[in-house]
Design a protein around this ligand. Structure first.
Ligand code: NOJ
Length: 599
């Protein structure tokens, strides 16, 4: 019944819309074939916004130059206003911060630098009051070496002795130097094994030596981590981003890995990680975590997004299947990978279509353009393409995941060797740190042109503020007539429409350098995203796209196009003139055969 009423209302809406467009009085009622899709869930509708707590907002008294939980709470109205539906918080747990919080000393406690458990509860309440969801980072692969479990494991205390992956030395070299059990390497370089003099064994660490890997072949470990997950669900969180999941298991026989590319610049990429990455057992453990989430989903779905960098065809297994679902979605880094090399309409087309073509039936897509581990989108794609990339990510089918600062086009900052905080950079040394450090994409959020960009009143911030903050900041963009943030907000607004939520996708390349895709659902206004990757003006004819009428109206456009377009302007679809490097979103009345009812 409700569907029928919605359809009738739509007919009336459409009739008036068409009337306006035609500039004439329409004397017939057109009946679009109208079906309303099942309502989408919270995690499918609006973007998920990643907040990097160290760099979001310092609210300490006196200020300490580091972001904190009350600081995030003080910015919630801003977040709400962006039109995002959920916040994913990078780790806020107690940690010695060797890996910026991904080395957890107590999975059930908050790092004092971020605040207290009361602060967390206050944040959670304030987030939920605004109708936003709260997703936490969950780090199942490793703990900090300062975690009580590891300390007890070193001492072989029951039941912790096998909570981590311990192995005897292969032998002893000169001066009784212990030789690691095999050639496995850490993601951050060097051997993945660290000798523990007290236990007289090596332990495995796929990341830093201060991040020993937990042993998921021990059922007690899985139970412990499921209990941790339940603990945070009991605090009211709405789901988790699961860190580094492909590293959960290693070969039991500790076989050496083959060299696949001796010349790769980072040591880790030189080996083929057949015995340490993406083992089949990983999915069984993730399935167990999913069951915990589903048990807690009576009122609203608790989501699982998994983090693993691997070819799309392999990654799709992380969705599981209908009877055994795993992740709600494995985070999709295809647009990040595509932007590491030469960026063209073709490379972005391939990234999008490969993902969509491999997607299992019924699975929900997602799009990530940046995060705290990769150079900023504006730096990778180039500042001119910031809005265009947000257009692509926000209007494709699926959930966009936005890293804080990408809504204003923040760029990588120049962080000197002396200022470097990321251990991955520090370990590489002063000559090579720039190749490995992730500090440039982690610098403080740029709120305004005031002291430390409005992030902190401290004399010094934990990482330097990007020197471009006086011109590139939230406040100035909100005051400008046209800016990245204004485009971003228009895109989140467009996501509320049927075509974007439930419409089909039709994607093409035109004139070599233009990526174009439509989102159409019969009976609703359609959208077309047109992005020119070339530096020069290109004119395209989009009338051959399915359901495309002769004219559309401008919905939004890149800041680089601010002199060429105005919102709502009608343009001819047979000659859309696109200046170099930018994107345009048009809206149109899709052409479907219409049934005419005589009045
Ligand atoms: C992935 C996280 O995103 C990254 O920041 C961290 O260093 C590793 N996992 C290890 O936890």
């Amino acid at each position: 019944m409700w569907v029928r009423i919605r359809c009738i209302l739509l007919v009336v809406y459409w009739t008036s819309w068409l009337t306006m467009l035609a500039g004439a009085i329409t004397l017939v009622l057109v009946t679009p074939k109208c079906s309303v899709a099942d309502p989408l869930e919270w995690w499918q509708i609006s973007p998920i916004y990643q907040v990097y707590p160290l760099s979001y907002q310092d609210s300490s008294h006196p200020p300490d130059g580091v972001g904190d939980i009350p600081g995030i709470e003080s910015r919630l109205d801003y977040i709400k206003d962006l039109g995002v539906g959920a916040i994913w918080l990078s780790p806020i747990y107690k940690s010695p911060m060797k890996d910026s919080g991904y080395d957890i000393q107590d999975f059930r406690d908050i790092a004092p630098v971020f605040g207290t458990m009361d602060d967390f509860h206050s944040l959670s309440k304030a987030v939920h009051k605004r109708g936003i969801k709260l997703v936490l980072d969950f780090v199942p692969n490793h703990s900090s070496n300062l975690h009580e479990w590891f300390q007890k494991s070193v001492k072989r205390e029951v039941p912790y002795a096998d909570y981590y992956i311990w192995a005897d030395a292969k032998g002893f070299g000169t001066e009784a130097t212990p030789i690691p059990p095999n050639n496995w390497r850490s993601v951050f370089g060097g051997s993945a094994w660290e000798w523990n003099q007290e236990r007289r064994q090596f332990y495995l660490h796929q990341f830093l030596k201060e991040q020993p890997d937990l042993n998921y072949r021990n059922p007690l470990v899985l139970e412990e981590m499921k209990n941790v997950m339940q603990f945070w669900l009991d605090q009211g969180v709405d789901g988790f981003r699961l860190d580094a999941v492909a590293h959960l298991f290693e070969d039991e026989d500790l076989r050496d890995e083959m060299v696949k590319d001796e010349d790769a610049t980072d040591e880790y990429s030189q080996l083929d990680h057949k015995y340490t990455f993406n083992l089949p057992e990983v999915l069984d453990v993730l399935r167990e975590f999913r069951i915990v989430l589903d048990k807690n989903s009576e009122n609203a779905t608790k989501i699982m997004m998994t983090e693993a960098y691997m070819p799309v065809e392999k990654l799709m297994a992380y969705y599981g299947n209908k009877s055994h679902p795993i992740a709600h979605f494995p985070l999709n880094f295809a647009l990040i990978s595509a932007s590491q090399k030469n960026i063209t309409a073709q490379s972005i087309y391939t990234a999008v279509s490969t993902w969509m073509n491999n997607l299992p039936k019924g699975a929900w897509p997602n799009w990530v353009i940046g995060n705290h581990d990769n150079s900023r989108a504006a730096t990778r794609f180039g500042a001119e393409l910031v809005d265009a990339i947000n257009m692509i990510a926000l209007l494709l089918p699926g959930t966009p995941v936005t890293y804080n600062g990408e809504e204003i086009g923040m760029e990588d900052a120049d962080v000197s060797w002396e200022q470097t905080k990321d251990t991955a950079g520090i370990n590489a040394g002063p000559k090579k740190y720039k190749q490995f450090s992730r500090d440039p994409e982690r610098t403080p959020m740029q709120w305004d042109a005031g002291i430390n960009a409005g992030f902190s009143n401290a004399n010094q911030t934990w990482l330097p503020v990007n020197t471009n903050y006086k011109t590139l900041n939230v406040e100035s963009q909100l005051n400008e007539k046209w800016s990245h943030i204004k485009v971003y907000k228009q895109l989140t607004e467009a996501r509320k429409t049927e075509a974007i939520m439930n419409g089909g996708l039709d994607i093409h390349i035109l004139e070599d350098s233009v990526l174009v895709y439509t989102r159409v659902r019969e009976g609703f206004p359609g959208y077309v995203v047109v992005v020119n990757f070339a530096p020069d003006t290109v004119t395209v004819d989009i009338t051959n796209l399915a359901h495309m009428p002769n004219e559309s109206s401008v919905y939004t456009f890149s800041t680089t196009y601010a002199h060429s377009f105005t919102a709502k302007k009608r343009i001819s679809n047979s000659a859309v003139v696109l200046p170099g490097k930018g994107g345009l979103v048009l809206t149109f009345v899709p052409d479907f055969p219409k049934e005419v009812i005589s009045l």
